[in-house]
Design a protein around this ligand. Structure first.
Ligand SMILES: [Zn+2]
Length: 53
């Protein structure tokens, strides 16, 4: 699964780790995160993230 990076603050979403503090279990692909999920560091939405190549 691909990692995604927040274009605003540089936070990296790693599917292997998820975001358990915000209801995203480890092993969740970025595409499968709930649409109202926000960047845990700066609070922007999923549309502000890009695939990390
Ligand atoms: Zn961010």
């Amino acid at each position: 699964m691909k990692k995604y990076i927040c274009d605003v603050c540089g936070y990296i979403y790693d599917p292997a780790e998820g975001d358990p503090d915000n209801g995203v279990a480890a092993g969740t692909a970025f595409e499968d995160i709930q649409e109202d999920w926000l960047c845990p560091l700066c609070g922007v939405g999923k549309d502000q993230f890009s695939v990390q190549e």
